[in-house]
Ligand binder design. Structure first.
Ligand SMILES: NC(=O)c1ccc[n+]([C@@H]2O[C@H](COP(=O)([O-])OP(=O)(O)OC[C@H]3O[C@@H](n4cnc5c(N)ncnc54)[C@H](OP(=O)(O)O)[C@@H]3O)[C@@H](O)[C@H]2O)c1
Length: 338
């Protein structure tokens, strides 16, 4: 089969290769990949900023495709699964459900396991989720990391209609979180560096828009917009650069869902806002197959459309990575289609 390999942690180290055709073993499904989408973690791996990847490797965690072959015993593990079914393989195939454990997050597609820039991939039958019927392959490929994480973010706080959710930026996770938060009746305050992106977010339902370049003290803007109360949930997609302001923007008893590191991972922090406001700081590492399945069902029920900003052909993978990493221009997801 044809594949793209990353031979070293460098954005200049992509090469097209021929690899042996994989054969489905017991409990495995061979998936003919049709699309992938990029996450910030793919860029972190390709630039040597994320541990655990071995090189050479087939990169890109998230993908979607069609069932091409079923291994022995799959009929019992995934009843009804048939050749030709449109499927999404989960990023962490061993984490089927329940609580996180060291074992169930050790295997990650595109990091410790082959990723999505290939004709085919072998995955455990139990790691597959049906692609919602109203989505195309690129939209479906956006689900494993970004939609699962955003789904877990919005479920991490007891949101009621009118609860206030703050979203940082307009990347893949924030835009899914905007869609899930609006579907749950929340009021969304969304930040971006770009007025044009804020306008796109408004069209997706964001209630209040703050340009964090024009208003660096955006936490004070959140307090003003909420009559001093603050946000019930802050989805922290940025990290060190914004964490102190996220604590300040949160309401008494609020939740800061901590997942991102585009703005760094190290900081010194004043603990008093956490203590005085009894904040819940919830760390997150993506989610399980069951979480992905729930996110996909919510997307199907609300007929939500994942936002694909740009699509590239598979032999344009370096340009797709550049679009995510360098420009800061994307809104939602960047796809690679086959
Ligand atoms: N732990 C987990 O479960 C998990 C899962 C998924 C992703 N992540 C992490 O979460 C982060 C976001 O992922 P992603 O895929 O959504 O990334 P992405 O698509 O690359 O989006 C990043 C966005 O961050 C925004 N941003 C950057 N600096 C900002 C700042 N100072 N204030 C507010 N917004 C800022 C930018 O928005 P504007 O261009 O609009 O300014 C940018 O588009 C990454 O670090 C990723 O690795 C973690």
């Amino acid at each position: 089969m044809k594949a793209i390999q990353l031979t070293a942690p460098s954005l200049k180290a992509f090469r097209q290769v021929e690899l042996p055709d994989p054969q489905a073993g017991p409990g495995e499904v061979l998936v003919r990949l049709r699309a992938a989408t990029l996450n910030f973690v793919d860029v972190a791996i390709a630039t040597g900023h994320f541990p655990g990847a071995g090189f050479p490797m087939v990169p890109v965690a998230d993908g979607s495709g069609e069932v091409a072959a079923l291994g022995e015993g799959v009929a019992h593990l995934a009843p009804g699964l048939a050749i030709g079914d449109r499927v999404v393989p989960h990023f962490m195939p061993n984490w089927l459900g329940g609580a996180i454990s060291a074992r169930n997050v050790a295997a990650m597609r595109g990091i410790t396991l082959p990723g999505s820039l290939a004709d085919y991939v072998l995955v455990p039958a139990t790691s597959l989720v049906a692609l919602p019927p109203h989505l195309d392959f690129a939209q479906g490929a956006a689900l494993p990391i970004a939609a699962t994480t955003a789904w877990n973010a919005v479920r991490s706080a007891p949101l009621r209609p009118g609860s206030v959710v703050v979203l940082l930026g307009t990347g893949g996770v924030s835009i899914f979180a905007l869609q899930f938060a609006k579907a749950s009746g929340a009021t969304v305050i969304l930040l971006s560096s770009s007025d044009e992106k804020l306008e796109r977010a408004r069209q997706l339902g964001a209630d209040h828009l703050v340009n964090y370049r024009a208003t660096p003290a955006w936490d004070e803007a959140v307090l003003k917009l909420t009559a001093g109360r603050g946000a019930d949930l802050v989805v922290e997609t940025v990290g060190a650069a914004t964490f102190a302001r996220s604590l300040n923007a949160a309401a008494v008893g609020g939740t800061v869902f901590t997942l991102g590191f585009v703005g760094g991972t190290s900081l010194s922090i004043d603990l008093l806002p956490i203590i005085i406001k009894s904040l819940r700081i919830v760390g997150n590492n993506t989610g399980s197959v069951a979480d992905l399945a729930d996110a996909a069902r919510a997307i199907a029920a609300h007929r939500m459309l994942p936002v694909i900003d740009q699509s590239f052909a598979i032999d344009e993978a370096p340009a797709a990575y550049a679009a995510l990493s360098a420009s800061g221009k994307h809104f939602g997801k960047i796809a690679i289609v086959q």
